[in-house]
Design a protein around this ligand. Sequence first.
Ligand code: ADP
Ligand code: ADP
Length: 228
Amino acid sequence: MIAIHQLHKRYGEFSAIQDVSLSIPSGAIYGIIGASGAGKSTLLRMMNLLERPDSGTVYVADQDLTQLSSRDLRKARKSIGMIFQHFHLVANKTVRDNVRVALELASYPKAQQLSRVEECLRFVGLEDMALKYPAELSGGQKQRVAIARALATNPSVLLCDEPTSSLDPQTTSEVLRVLQDINERFGITIVIVSHEMAVIKSICTHVTVLEQGRIYETLTHTPQGIQS
Ligand code: ADP
Ligand code: ADP
């Protein structure tokens, strides 16, 4: 689903990502773990080209994003959802309208927007919260709204940047359950960046450990445990 080859990214003199290659199979829940500053967020943001690599290739669903025109990149990004540590909801819009914005931006047919929003809120268990504002929600509920928004356009990949790092342990497991659920139900490939091993261990099928911009090792989770 995602194949990255010999990726390099510098900020001035500083190498944030050095010679990173990895392959994320369709349907995986793929964890990227490492200390703060290891380059996790930079690597994730190159998977939808929010950050442009200096060299290397980023294939998502058999298209090298680095070679696309800006028009084709916009199209490709419709199939790549993203969620963030701090949710990035719009404070003066209701839950319903926060999700609907994603459909507007994707030129989703107006007549079907409301029913699609309701469907997505149901997927994340927030169908009763449609008319609330973000400030009225708990952190876990806010992240579930962000997941609903990311799901609205039916992406094949969901990129998650420290999705539970602002949450307490209880709401962390609530959000991880939703991620696992949408992976199982819709086959969405999920990539999760985290500095918390417990989070990665609880749901990931694959784990790449990043250290100072390089891959330290990649492990696969099997029913027998973690394999190198
Ligand atoms: P992580 O997500 O693992 O904490 P990041 O990818 O955010 O790491 O950052 C990796 C390194 O690159 C850090 O040292 C960070 O300071 C640096 N960095 C990230 N973004 C920028 C930027 N826009 N300009 C300069 N340095 C940056
Ligand atoms: P978090 O800690 O939740 O990831 P930050 O405020 O650190 O949030 O934002 C992470 C990065 O994502 C920032 O560089 C910001 O510019 C970028 N960003 C914020 N909102 C969006 C968005 N809706 N789409 C793409 N990038 C965004």
